[in-house]
Design a protein around this ligand. Structure first.
Ligand SMILES: [Zn+2]
Length: 331
């Protein structure tokens, strides 16, 4: 496990700890956020938990372009923290760097988890004959947007609720979105090439961590791709966003991202995800994703960050504890 970057401790008492050494937070005090790399995050609050689609295989650029992709099960086994109890995996879009490790993870490491995402995501995952189809939950009928609330979905223990939001995927190069399209019918086998992992409609997620009474103790907004405002924005309901997980990769091609989103919703913590080079193995020294100006992204963010708020760019494996706030009733 890599060492955390120094100097991340802040006035908010956020702690950066190597994930394997981090104790679970005491219920009622803090929510822990472990960055897994790319779009992968593990959130825990007491015995409640949720995952966003983790990815560790990190095939090189040439493989992505022309070769068959293989899940690096050794990398998954090594870098994924224990998730045997996790009830839900949220997927923003179905590109290979968000979905190709999910079938193996759902089969071996997270056997209790249901996987939530677009119909395209469901139809791609149906290609794994070993996974019970009922574990894949299409959510396109529940999607909300910046004006209209979607429907809340809830983990079986009732401790976390989540709402899909209509978002978009920034173009990769010259205005083009690679591997773009929808998978209309269930596959008979899992995709073998990057080009088969079609993105499908892109979703952002609103995630509410609830206390025993069902009140919101922490609200998280999550994106696994950069989008132009108001794509990915939540509907107004009066509950503030505490933690925003933003997507760094591709942000240069999404005008106004993330400054309009962050400036509008004023979170107290912004966590930068999908910032490191995912074309290199997890064991290689971390460096930023090609084609994205990290410094410019962080500067734009800093300009709109509310007073007292922090932005953090974790290394894969880092864990942060974010204190919950006094509860506000759920609507
Ligand atoms: Zn993508």
């Amino acid at each position: 496990m890599r060492a955390p970057r120094p100097g991340l401790t802040t006035a908010l008492a956020l702690l950066a700890l190597p994930a394997l050494l981090a104790p679970l937070p005491a219920a009622g005090q803090e929510v822990s956020f472990t960055y897994l790399g790319t779009g992968g995050w593990l959130l825990r609050y007491g015995d409640a938990s949720i995952l966003t689609a983790p990815f560790f295989s990190n095939p090189g650029l040439v493989e992505v372009g022309v070769a068959r992709l293989e899940v690096d099960t050794a990398a998954v086994d090594r870098f994924l923290p224990p998730v045997g109890d996790v009830p839900a995996i949220l997927v923003g879009h179905a590109h290979y760097d968000h979905l190709m490790d999910v079938p193996y993870i759902a089969r071996v490491h997270a056997p209790r988890a249901r996987v939530y995402g677009s119909r395209t995501m469901v139809n791609l995952l149906r290609g794994d004959p070993e996974l019970e189809p009922g574990r894949f939950i299409p959510v396109e009928d529940q999607v909300g947007n910046h004006e209209t609330p979607g429907e809340w979905l809830t983990t079986p223990d009732g401790r976390i609720r989540f709402m899909p939001l209509a978002s978009e995927h920034a173009p990769h190069i010259l205005g083009i979105r690679l591997f773009h399209g929808e998978q209309e019918t269930p596959l008979a086998r899992l995709p073998k090439r990057a080009s088969e992992w079609l993105d499908g409609p892109t979703l952002a997620w609103l995630i509410d961590i609830l206390d025993e009474e069902g009140d919101v103790v922490l609200r998280v907004h999550y994106q696994d791709s950069a989008s132009r405002p108001p794509h990915g924005f939540p509907p107004p309901d009066g509950i503030p966003i505490d933690v925003m997980i933003v997507c760094t990769a591709g942000s240069g091609a999404a005008e106004g991202y993330p400054e309009v989103l962050v400036g509008t919703f004023q979170p107290r913590v912004v966590l930068l995800g999908h910032w490191e080079d995912f074309f290199r193995p997890m064991t290689a020294p971390v460096r930023s994703v090609p084609g994205t100006d990290l410094a410019a992204f962080e500067e734009r963010l800093a300009e709109v960050l509310p007073e007292g708020a922090v932005q953090l760019r974790p290394n894969p494996g880092d864990t942060f504890q974010v204190p919950v706030r006094p509860t506000s009733p759920s609507p």
